[in-house]
Ligand binder design. Structure first.
Ligand code: ZN
Length: 139
């Protein structure tokens, strides 16, 4: 199988509900998000997809939707208070915002939505939360 990869860096806040340590606080990370794509057929040049299309469809989606925002779980007990204070800054998500769940969401929901017209599939995402810690999901 031929795969192509591209990463993108964003800064984002989050808070992990139920975390037993520091991640229960409002805080942020400089995330590096790695996308891995494949296709059933290569194009006439032998490519899975032009790297610029990954940028346009996936990296810019991160810029528009997650970068410099605060990711909050829909069921976070602080949700209403945070929305009252800074509604425009909040990205509400249907999962507790740990790196594993972010990777699953990107592969299962955002990839199919953003790449629908391209014939290319997002098959793996790795989220580097720090330089030392990452989570990957692939299908
Ligand atoms: Zn964190």
């Amino acid at each position: 199988m031929i795969k192509v990869q591209r990463y993108h860096d964003i800064s984002m806040g989050h808070r992990v509900v139920g975390h037993e340590n520091k991640c229960r606080h409002l805080h942020g990370h400089n995330y590096r998000i790695h996308f891995t794509c494949t296709a059933d057929e290569l194009d006439e040049l032998g490519r899975v997809i032009d790297f610029g299309v990954i940028k346009e469809k996936l990296c810019l989606w991160l810029e528009d939707n997650w970068d410099h925002r605060m990711m909050i779980w829909e069921q976070d007990p602080l949700r209403n208070a945070l929305e009252e204070l800074a509604n425009d800054d909040i990205v509400l998500v249907p999962f507790n915002p740990i790196a594993e769940n972010m990777a699953i969401h990107l592969v299962e929901v955002i990839g199919p939505q953003q790449l629908a017209s391209t014939g290319v599939r997002l098959i793996e995402v790795t989220i580097d939360e720090t330089r030392k810690c990452s989570a990957s999901y692939s299908k």
